[in-house]
Design a protein. Structure first.
Length: 305
């Protein structure tokens, strides 16, 4: 009797086990799937959160665009792409060029400046100095219809510099000497292995002075300033926003909201719809600005500083 009772109990338990196993099998299968593919699913969720639209409503296309220039100017590619996009986009009626940059290399600064000039021929461009509008970044901004500077911003530093280190003393202590083969008297102009010779300095100064002439001439033309008085507004002077306004480098002192209002007024839009910067692009720009470095070679770069 005990053995038979035990057998019935076992059968009942086995039956209940089978019932629960069958009843909850979809749940256990789901949990197993999540456990096996957790990382992949997490990645998909992050992508959905990052790129999914904020609402189900179809948004109207933006009609005003902000283009940002931040950090040292070493490459103009991304900014030029945005300028070209704004120029070709018929929905865009006005542009805010927001700048916070200490300047940088000559060529990309000039590229941006001339691209802004072409853009301003088709639609109003207002420049807003959010922090630093100096040297190459000022050059990049001169053809905006209006330049508005934050009250706490720094403006100016219209000048050109080419610098390099003299490592001859350190090299002598360490016991390092360089050797090279070159053709051309000026091929090693800017070398850090020894002090620059007078004729080398003269050669570099020739480049600096001509670049300075180009810089100040373009500023005078764009801002309608007297080139003969460039010692007042150029000469690498550094100004506060109010001082910059007094010498004609900016048109007004104000904050971001006032700069946006100016774009809205000049563009004539009835309903202002501003573009929103892509989150991923914003992160990449931030990382790029923080990681920007200048690499010096035998011929150090000429920079607007």
């Amino acid at each position: 009797m005990q053995i038979e009772g035990h057998s019935r109990d076992e059968k009942r338990k086995n039956g209940l086990g089978y019932f629960f196993k069958t009843a909850f099998s979809p749940l256990t299968a789901t949990l197993k799937f999540f456990n096996d593919h957790f990382k992949g699913l997490l990645f998909v969720v992050l992508l959905i959160l990052l790129f999914a639209p904020a609402s189900k409503e179809v948004a109207k296309p933006y009609n005003l665009q902000t283009i940002k220039l931040s950090g040292p100017i070493m490459d103009a590619g991304k900014v030029l792409e945005q300028i070209e996009s704004a120029q070709k986009n018929d929905h865009v009626k006005g542009v805010l060029f927001e700048v916070n940059s200490p300047g940088g290399a000559v060529a990309p600064s000039v590229e941006i400046a001339y691209a802004i000039r072409e853009l301003a021929k088709k639609k109003p461009v207002v420049v807003y100095a959010s922090g630093i509008l100096a040297s190459g970044s000022y050059y990049a901004s001169i053809w905006g219809e209006k330049i508005i500077a934050n009250p706490g911003s720094v403006v100016g530093s219209i000048g050109v510099i080419l610098e390099g280190a003299d490592l001859s003393g350190l090299m002598s202590k360490i016991g390092i000497r360089t050797q090279s083969v070159q053709a051309g008297k000026y091929k090693k102009v800017g070398t850090p292995e020894r002090p620059w010779k007078p004729y080398e300095k003269a050669e570099l100064n020739k480049v600096i002075q001509d670049t300075y002439e180009m810089f100040t001439s373009d500023v005078a033309n764009a801002r309608k300033l007297d080139l003969k008085k460039r010692n007042v507004w150029a000469d690498a002077h550094i100004f506060t926003a109010r001082q910059a306004k007094s010498v004609g480098l900016v048109d007004a002192v104000g904050v971001l909201q006032s700069a946006k209002k100016e774009v809205e007024k000049l563009s004539g839009v009835k309903e202002a719809r501003w573009n929103k910067e892509d989150k991923f692009e914003k992160l990449i720009k931030k990382l790029s600005a923080e990681a920007a470095v200048t690499l010096f070679t035998y011929f150090p770069p000429v920079v607007l500083k």
